[in-house]
Design a protein around this ligand. Sequence first.
Ligand SMILES: [Zn+2]
Length: 274
Amino acid sequence: MRFIRYSFPALLAFIFFAGFAVAQNKKGKKQKEHPKKEFYSGAPIKALIVTGGCCHNYLYQTFAMGSGVQKVANVDFEVVNVGGRGTEAMIDLYDKADWAEPYDIVIHNECFANTAEPDYIRRITEAHRGGVPAVVVHCAMHSYRAAEVDDWREFLGVTSRRHEHQSNYPVKVELPDHPVMEGFPGDWVTPKDELYLIEKLWPNAKILATSVSEKDNSEHPVMWVNHFGGTPVVGTTYGHSDETFGNDVFIRFLARAIVWASGASGEETLAAGQ
Ligand SMILES: [Zn+2]
């Protein structure tokens, strides 16, 4: 794993991840043989984590996600963690239209609610419409919330503008046969996390799991798949706390999401769930 762009605090994680990669390589055989992993052992999936912005511990989240996923799936991560800790940034990663091209999948875990410039947002979404799959996590759903254009929300598959209090929310699996939900427990309750209120599920999105508001009993998608112009996207609104990223069920969900959406599992990504 390597940080290709990072703010200063991320440097420590970079050193840690570099050590992690070396340790892994030493264990490997001389030939290019991939170690057997529970979910996926083929050629490494090239994944980019885009993270940073307001309100969450992105350094830890990135470490927990990267190291946790690598235990069960052969994924190489690059990380872009820039843009500060505020609610507004335009990061240079997205300067070029083909920014996503080197990757098999992009994990969006950034949080910039007040960035609203349509051309900037469309450079992000058009790279995905062009075929690069995505996994979208928690505050990605509130990123670009101030934008008048709907492109980002259509890409996500949901529209959300607010969330309820932190609690331990039971998660009801709605599509147990979907490959992303394989092995997901039927009685999982989140660590302390926020319930995002979903105003709209976009037409190409399918709900994988829901949770219920403790305030008014309304039901909200918390995990879903979307097809954005034919590109698979997997989303979850959970992922607020360090405890959630330290939770094995959550990390295994992210790992299955990455493997499935990237097409590495060999499972059909376009027809599944339709
Ligand atoms: Zn949060």
